[in-house]
Design a protein around this ligand. Structure first.
Ligand SMILES: [Zn+2]
Length: 345
């Protein structure tokens, strides 16, 4: 009798507790395939009287539902078990997937080193925009109207407008102007940043490079303070015993102005290609802030004085790592970059 068979199989399904994935598969083969029991009972259902059909139709559908649900539940149970099992079989002694750890860019390393040295002397870090107007980049810094640095040869102009051109800054001195305009002394700050010059790119020149400038303005600041600060700086950067010498120079924004040389860090003064056998290499320009610049920024030049200095980070980096081609800094060739210190942040 169909009804008895349904009752018997229902009991079997309800008691079915698979012990393995194979049991689940056997269950499927027994009940759910095209020649399985469910199909068989539906075939038999066609042969019963219409009176029985009315009663058994619902029962048979419920039986089918039960078989399918049981199968799905059992399958899920063993699918996750199979996954766990697979993990256990993985060979944990195999070498891992290698991935390359990045390294700090040499310019970032050197900038950080410079900033750290001046921070210890109480200098704060100041930053400003890379797109500047004529006032902040030139006029406030005492550049005469016909100064060659304003020429198209050197400056990337963005917008020419009468009296106040907009351009990419040619030095970070513009940040000094912004800093002084915003307050009153004392100022003790360094300004690291990228600057732009309209020059042909070669091993020795690039259209952009990086500077760190420094500014110290207070009462009674003298050239001796400038020398002592920079002397300390190079002892920290290149090691104790590094000699310095100052040569008179000219910059529109400082008076007097000087360029500072250090004893060659490569040959220690004995003479090599880097120092052109002189034993000295130039590393920065400096001087006492021109009183006109202080006045332009709203600072009383009779009460206050200050010094400023500026250096190219590329130049300092070249002296440290002997990098002969400036273009390497911006090509992002990993063969070059991976030679520098890896630092996990
Ligand atoms: Zn040398």
């Amino acid at each position: 009798m169909l009804q008895d068979k349904i009752a018997q199989y229902t009991k079997e399904i309800e008691q079915f507790t698979p012990a393995s994935a194979a049991d689940v598969e056997n269950f499927r083969l027994k009940f759910l395939v095209s020649k399985g029991i469910v199909k068989e009972l539906f075939e038999e259902f066609k042969t019963v009287s219409s009176e029985e059909k009315r009663v058994l139709g619902k029962v048979l559908n419920e039986f089918k539902q039960l078989a399918e649900t049981k199968f799905q539940e059992s399958q899920t149970q063993f699918a996750s078990a199979a996954k766990v099992h697979k993990r256990e079989e993985e060979d944990l002694t195999l070498p891992g997937d290698g991935f390359q750890l990045g390294s700090r860019h040499p310019l970032s390393l050197v900038r950080k080193e410079i900033v750290e040295i001046f921070k210890k002397l109480g200098f704060i870090v100041a930053e400003g925009p890379e797109i500047e107007d004529d006032w902040h980049n030139f006029s406030a810094l005492n550049f005469p109207p016909e100064h060659p640095a304003r020429d198209m040869q050197d400056t990337f102009f963005i917008k020419k407008q009468e009296g106040n051109d907009i351009a990419l800054r040619t030095h970070t001195s513009s940040v000094q102007v912004r800093l002084m305009e915003a307050g009153q002394p004392p100022f003790r700050a360094i300004m690291p940043g990228r600057v732009y010059r309209n020059e042909a790119i070669s091993a020795r020149a690039h259209c952009f490079f990086h500077q760190v400038e420094g500014l110290y303005v207070d009462e009674n600041v003298s050239f001796a303070d400038l020398k002592q600060t920079l002397f300390h700086f190079v002892q920290e950067l290149y090691g104790e015993g590094t000699k310095v010498r100052f040569r008179p120079s000219y910059f529109p924004f400082t008076e007097p102005s000087a360029e500072m040389d250090i004893s060659c860090s490569i040959c220690k003064g004995a003479g090599c290609n880097l120092c052109k056998h002189s034993g000295w290499v130039e590393i920065l320009g400096c001087g006492m802030v021109d009183p006109n610049v202080l006045e332009n920024c709203g600072i009383d030049s009779k009460k206050y004085s200050g010094f400023a200095f500026g250096m190219g980070i590329e130049r300092i980096t070249n002296l440290k790592y002997e990098i002969k081609d400036l273009r390497l800094f911006s090509e992002n060739d990993t063969r070059f970059l991976s030679q520098f210190e890896t630092e996990i942040i």
